[in-house]
Ligand binder design. Sequence first.
Ligand SMILES: Cc1cc2nc3c(=O)[nH]c(=O)nc-3n(C[C@H](O)[C@H](O)[C@H](O)COP(=O)(O)O)c2cc1C
Length: 251
Amino acid sequence: MNKTKKIVAIFLLVFIIGTLAGIFGYLNTKITTFDECETAGWLVRSITVYDGFGPIEKECTLWGGKHFVKQRTQEFTGDQKNDTTTTASNNSTSESLLILFSYHHGNTEKIAKAMAGVLGAQIKTPQQINPEELQEYRLIGFGSGIYDQKHHISVLDLADELPQVTNKKAFIFSTSGVARKFAPDADDPHTPLREILQSKGYVIVDEFNCAGWNTNSILKIFGGMNKGRPNAEDIKDAEEFAQNLQQNRSL
Ligand SMILES: Cc1cc2nc3c(=O)[nH]c(=O)nc-3n(C[C@H](O)[C@H](O)[C@H](O)COP(=O)(O)O)c2cc1C
């Protein structure tokens, strides 16, 4: 192949790749709802059906990275609230509140319930929170699974909307595919939430994380990672964490 032919071939290749990328990007931007995502064929990377008690029934992820969720028709305050009220005192004078979003397998929900049982705390979703009501609580826990190296967007959005406070105590909790303690050099997935809360005047008194069953994307083909987590030991750790908070709360 002479030089001119080579240049033409390279030009054509770049042109074809550029055109395909353009079409791909354009088709991705056209998809704006879960229903459109679910029927987007080859543009879809994964459709996950969740068996947790969270408010999300399905999640559709495009190769381009966009996520869309289908909400459960049943309210989150259904089974989970009934369960929660048995482990946590569900009265408005409770001093502690846990704000939780747990949808993948209900992993973080298990941790939240263990903590709530010790703290006598209520558990609410970000959607159930009126930012002003947080003034009533002395200690607030913010938690969810870790998705794309940060807490769930609904928790981050709520934190963004919170009014400024002075030295209100908060803690952060999560479950994740890769437990934080095993990835000390990776970006800390708690940082985005921590930074928002601190900017609002919250004092982060402690943080909890453990592994959670993860069947995201290709992992589900192999049954996922961390099956069985959180396990009994994780629950015990969560209870001990809450006991420490309880003891330090009076300081
Ligand atoms: C869409 C998606 C993205 C995830 N991204 C991460 C991640 O970036 N890092 C990680 O360690 N785990 C990741 N995971 C695993 C979850 O953090 C883990 O399964 C967690 O326990 C889920 O909590 P949940 O059942 O309370 O929703 C991801 C899971 C899903 C479904």
